[in-house]
Design a protein around this ligand. Structure first.
Ligand SMILES: *Cc1c(COP(=O)(O)O)cnc(C)c1O
Length: 408
């Protein structure tokens, strides 16, 4: 479901938040995170379910603590994300490290910290087998499923850099058996491009076939790829339907396997995207020959998805919700084409008006940078009807912090 044009969140006025903490401002509604997590969890009926929240979507430790309280584990892709998880109080055994092409040194650090390791290439499998002969590990496979014959919407396609091809299973088994590696998990993550439940289930069937071949198995991790709506016409994964179908298959497989297994997922976007709003202030409304531009006090340095992925984020006027709708192109202040949205119908914008962006919870702050030497915004978490500052806006000293200035 699309987020509302919120002028308040849990009874707290957006205008007052922007006044108190300044703009641009990221605001997350903890209740939405709790609701999404609960919906996801309740969609499955299996004996053992583990949800690893994908930290890279939104990595603020205060948000991680919400997931901890909900009983989630973490999925991480860098040693730094592992450290953030530990900092937020997670037990290392409840953190999975799913890196792509990292150095053996980084992998070793993660293993020494005691987190679960997910291996996505044969070279690393051999390395870990030699150095840590008793370590339980998970192996990431690439199921090579094509959806509708279109390479753009294929999952885990043949050219993907991720995972070990299912066609290499004989070689994987040779390494595993020779080095006596303890494979406790198999995994796939097909990317955020799964259009329907059937495609996911098709890939899942392939992973079940793989799973059969490892009798030390304790869990099967089906990754993520759950779609949410960025605009009204978008397709959204029906997790209730998916959960029903997936549970049936998983329970049948568990029977066939003959030993208890845990069903695992690692959603990021699904859990946090709709919890987030990004609020900016309009600096300038400028009518050119062809276009009305609304120029705001932010840019792709703070929210890069429109420029980077051509992503759509709904934009609405917080300050003048009932104004006459007009057609705006909303642009940022970065000195190159920096556009948040073309030809958007938004109620009349005046200079000083606060605009809100929806779906600002996932891959928004976590991808922000200091380009144009701008400060990264503050982050607010609304929890139990209270607004809590969970990251301060940067200041000039943050820009100077790692500089080594030499006399020229
Ligand atoms: C990014 C990532 C996820 C999360 O994907 P979403 O589309 O945000 O749910 C899960 N698992 C792995 C391994 C990832 O790299």
């Amino acid at each position: 479901m699309l987020q509302s044009n919120a002028s308040e969140i849990q009874g707290i006025s957006v205008e007052s938040l922007c006044q108190e903490f300044g703009t641009p401002l990221y605001v997350y509604d903890a209740q939405t995170i709790i609701n999404k997590y609960t919906l996801f969890k309740n969609s499955f009926s299996v004996n053992s379910l583990t949800i690893n929240y994908a930290v890279k979507a939104l990595s603020n430790p205060s948000v991680l603590k919400i997931f901890k309280q909900l009983g989630a584990n973490l999925d991480t892709v860098s040693i730094q994300e592992i450290q953030l998880g530990l900092h937020a109080g997670f037990d290392p055994k409840n953190i999975v490290f799913t890196p792509s092409g990292v150095s053996h040194e980084e992998l070793k650090k993660a293993i020494d910290l005691g987190v679960k390791i997910n291996i996505d290439n044969l070279n690393t499998l051999e390395y870990v087998g030699h150095i840590y002969p008793t370590l339980p590990i998970c192996i990431r496979f690439n199921p090579h499923v094509m959806a509708g014959g279109n390479a753009n919407i294929s999952v885990g396609h043949i050219d993907s850099k991720f995972g070990i091809s299912i066609h290499q299973i004989p070689l994987v088994k040779r390494i595993v058996e020779t080095l006596d590696i303890n494979v406790e998990g198999v995994h796939m993550h097909t990317g955020s491009d799964i259009l329907d439940v059937d495609v996911f289930l098709q890939a899942a069937d392939i992973l079940f076939d793989v799973a059969k071949q490892f009798d030390t198995l304790k869990y099967i991790d089906f990754g993520s790829g759950f779609k949410i709506k960025y605009k009204e016409s978008d397709h959204e994964t029906d997790v209730v339907e998916f959960g029903k179908e997936m549970s049936l298959r998983f329970n049948a497989f568990e029977q066939e396997f003959g030993k208890p297994l845990t069903l695992m997922f690692e959603p990021g976007k699904f859990m946090v995207s709709e919890s987030g709003y990004f609020f900016v202030k309009t600096n300038l409304v400028k009518q050119t020959t062809s276009t009305i531009f609304a120029s705001v006090d932010s840019g792709f340095n703070h929210l890069i998805r429109p420029m980077f992925y051509n992503a759509h984020h709904e934009i609405y006027n917080v300050s003048n919700p009932d104004g006459k709708p007009r057609i705006y192109t909303v642009v940022g202040y970065i000195c190159e084409s920096d556009t948040f949205g073309y030809n958007r119908k938004i109620s009349e914008i005046k200079e000083g008006d606060i605009l809100g962006f929806k779906n600002a919870g996932a891959y928004c702050f976590s991808m922000a940078s200091n380009y144009n030497s701008r400060y990264r915004p503050a982050e607010i978490l609304i929890h139990n009807n209270e607004a809590k500052l969970i990251r301060e806006r940067e200041v000039f000293n943050d820009l100077l912090k790692n500089l080594v200035e030499v006399d020229i």
